[in-house]
Every structure is written in C-alpha cells, then in structure tokens.
Design a protein around this ligand. Structure first.
Ligand SMILES: NC(=O)c1ccc[n+]([C@@H]2O[C@H](COP(=O)([O-])OP(=O)(O)OC[C@H]3O[C@@H](n4cnc5c(N)ncnc54)[C@H](OP(=O)(O)O)[C@@H]3O)[C@@H](O)[C@H]2O)c1
Length: 393
C-alpha cells in the first residue's frame, strides 16, 4: 500500500503522487481467466480509505492500493455509493471489546485488541458495509451476463450455510466499500431494478437488512403493537417502514425535535425519549419491542411487553450493559432475541420491497469519500434522520 497525505477532516492525495491511476486491461476472456466489461478499463490501483488500527480519526488514511483480482465465484464491483454506519466507527474505536461499557457515541478507545465483531479486527482494513456497485470484472464460474449490472451487496455473509449462525461481515471481517472497487462473492450480489439513485440504494443494505432480519425473527404480523426506540436512526427508520408494510401498529420513540418527521415516515404513535413510556402506554401493552438503543431504558422495555412478548435487538447505542430483573423476564414468558446473522430470505425480500417501492430511502446527505471524517463527525451528532452516504472519488 502507498500511504497518502491526510488532514484532520479531509483526506487528500499529496500533489506529488496524484497522477492518473494506470490501467491494466485484462484481455483474457476464456472460461478460466477473469473477465471484465470491455469499456470499464479496471485499473491496477485504486484509492481507498484504509483504517490502520484502533484509534481516532487519524487511523483513517487515504491510500493507493491494488484493485482486488476476482477468483473463482467472485466479482469486482466499481463502488458507486457506500453508506456510513455506526459499525465503521465502533470497529475503529474497538467498541465491541468487553472492556468498553459505555454507549457508542463516545470516543473511548478499547484497551485490548478484541474490539471487532469476531475478536480482533484484521487491520489494516478497508471498511464499509454498504455498497451499491456495478459489476466490472469476474472470475471463473460466474454468470457473464451479469457484467455491467447495478447491484447491492449483502454484507452479512453466511458462508457455512443458513443452518449455522457463523457469518462474515463485509467491512468488518474483510475489505469493504470505502474504496473505488471492492471484491465480493458473486452470490452475495443482488441485481436491483429500480429508479432509485445509487446513493439512495446505498442507504439500504446494513440498516434495512438488519431491521428486516429483526422483524422477520420476531414474527411481526398485522395488528401487532410494536415499539421502536431510536426511530430516526438508520435501523429505526427502516423498522418503522418495514413493520408498517406488515400492518403492525407502530409506537416510535425519538428525540422530541424529530417527532413530526417520524410520523411522516409511517409511525402511528410517536413518543419522546423523555416521556414516561410506562405511564403513557401502561404495563403489558406492547407485543414486540425492537430495540437497538438499550442502555438504561432496557428494564422498562420488558415491563412494557405483554406476557409472551418478544424483545429483539441487534445494537446497544445507549449502552451495552443493562439491568435485567430475571423475574420480569421469566414470570412473563418473555423471549429475548439477539440478531446479527441474517436469515436466508431477508435480503432477497428486501430487494423485492425496493423494486416494488414498498419502502423508501431516507438519504440525509452525501459526501465525497475523501470527506469521510466530516461524514462521521456529522453522523455522530445524530441530528439527521436516515442515512449518510459516501461517493467514491
Ligand atoms: N448487529 C448488527 O448487525 C447491527 C447492524 C446495524 C446497526 N447495529 C447497531 O444498531 C444501533 C443503531 O444503528 P443505526 O444505524 O440505526 O444508528 P443511527 O443511525 O446512528 O441511529 C441511532 C439512533 O438511536 C437514537 N438514540 C437514542 N439514544 C441514543 C444515545 N444515547 N446515543 C445515540 N443515539 C441514541 C437516536 O435516535 P432518536 O433521536 O430517534 O432517538 C439515534 O439517531 C447501533 O448501535 C449500531 O451499531 C447493529
């Protein structure tokens, strides 16, 4: 990797190395060698934001790196747009380490190198879990008719099959989309036929996939009363829409300033974070809580659940350490459902919802990839609704 100059808020190529990247056309089009779009001229090198280790923004470096070469069953995508997610920041800070007990909004850096999704993160790594891209080259055993197609990547990959919970996440376990090109298995790419822009499509994979997985696992059905804390977030705003399309009655919890906006995306009842939820809704009033906020409100969420209710989570932005009264859990026959590995039908279904316009993207803002630090700083303020998206240089 060639290291390039960076500044505190905008990553930049230094003048002496900013030259046109050389192109190395692959001319082999036989069955065994890589194939690529004739007009795409996939270069040998690309610009990528490389996360060099656990730490602050100084760990994000714009570098010149090799464009990955697809092996059998793999495709290379030209990245058209890449969404910003909390996990990009959490992984850089090592937040997943058990030594960290605070919520994810801070800047605390893990003391131990166990801060990734599956233990230590394999630094240096190109992060980025969301990718809208175009297939520009492919290895053997791929469908050549797919060259040129616009696709979304399923970032949660179940290589050992869907009957086990083992999984790999693009951008956390291997190189992701904060680059001009990314290599992924062909069977994790899903062609999307939609008028949505590249940036709009890039809002979908991580947030909506995570949300749909929780809705699916919880068995949300028409008429169920579903509580969604953090309703303005990427996952929360997706949950409101996805529960709505199943006909559930949605109780959204959000910051007071965002209440009107959350009503407009389809919540039937909108409450403020500061409200006395137990007093307003009453104990045992909710069928399903889908909660990626957690923190101090956790025990109240269980009190809100009816007997036999379900509490579902895939995040803990307000704090991972919660207080659980076991009696509330077992006397009310509550089911706690942890979600990170996506079930088989989830992403395919999601693509269908997009193509049929049953959900809509909530694109708050786009940034050029080299302004990733600004994007992450703005993202951490949590004043927006929906998603931020990076556009490669
Ligand atoms: N396990 C997985 O696979 C997976 C996948 C995606 C996300 N996640 C996790 O799920 C969580 C939510 O993700 P997201 O993409 O929806 O995040 P996001 O876009 O940043 O939204 C989080 C929202 O939570 C609410 N919130 C309430 N208390 C908060 C607090 N103390 N600090 C910050 N926000 C608070 C805010 O919404 P209001 O203003 O509306 O209350 C905020 O906008 C994150 O922790 C993320 O890491 C996990």
């Amino acid at each position: 990797m060639v290291r390039l100059k960076s500044t505190p808020t905008r990553l930049s190529l230094s003048v002496d190395v900013e030259t046109e990247l050389s192109h190395c056309l692959i001319t082999s089009f036989d069955d065994d060698g890589p194939m690529q779009l004739e007009h795409s001229q996939v270069p040998c090198e690309m610009k990528a934001v490389v996360t060099t280790g656990i730490g602050g923004y100084d760990k994000l470096e714009l570098m010149r790196v090799s464009v990955p070469v697809p092996g059998p069953g793999e495709v290379v995508l030209k990245v058209l747009a890449a969404g910003v997610n909390n996990t990009d920041i959490n992984t850089r800070l090592g937040w997943y380490s058990h030594s960290v007990t605070q919520g994810t909004g801070g800047t605390v850096v893990a003391e131990r190198h166990d801060g990734g999704w599956q233990g230590a993160t394999p630094f240096p790594i190109i992060q980025g879990a969301d990718c809208c891209g175009q297939i520009v080259s492919m290895g053997a055993n791929c469908d050549k008719n797919r060259l040129g197609q616009r696709v979304l990547v399923r970032p949660c990959m179940r290589k050992d099959g869907f009957d086990r919970m083992d999984h790999m996440w693009m951008g956390s376990d291997f190189d992701g989309s904060f680059a001009q090109y990314v290599k992924v298995p062909e069977n994790e790419t899903f062609t999307v036929r939609s008028a949505w822009s590249d940036a709009q499509l890039a809002t979908i994979p991580c947030a909506y996939g995570t949300a749909e997985n929780m809705v699916h696992r919880a068995g949300v059905e028409a008429g169920m009363r579903v509580l969604v804390p953090g309703a303005s977030g990427g996952v929360g705003s997706a949950l409101v829409q996805l529960c709505n399309r199943r006909g559930a009655e949605i109780f959204a919890v959000t910051a007071a300033s965002k209440r009107d906006a959350i009503s407009r995306i389809g919540a039937h009842h909108v409450l403020s974070r500061e409200d006395d939820l137990l007093g307003l809704l009453g104990p045992e009033s909710i069928d399903v809580v889908i909660d990626n906020v957690a923190g101090r409100a956790f025990d109240m969420m269980l009190k809100l659940l009816r007997r036999g209710g379900r509490y579902v989570s895939s995040g803990a932005i307000a704090g991972p350490i919660v207080s659980l009264d076991m009696r509330v859990m077992y006397l009310k026959d509550i089911t706690l459902i942890g979600c990170t590995a996506w079930d088989e039908p989830v992403f395919r279904n999601l693509i269908g919802y997009v193509e049929r316009d049953q959900i809509r993207p909530l694109l708050a803002k786009t940034y050029p990839l080299d302004q990733i630090i600004w994007a992450q700083k703005d993202f951490q303020e949590k004043r927006h609704i929906g998603k931020f998206v990076l556009i490669p240089l």
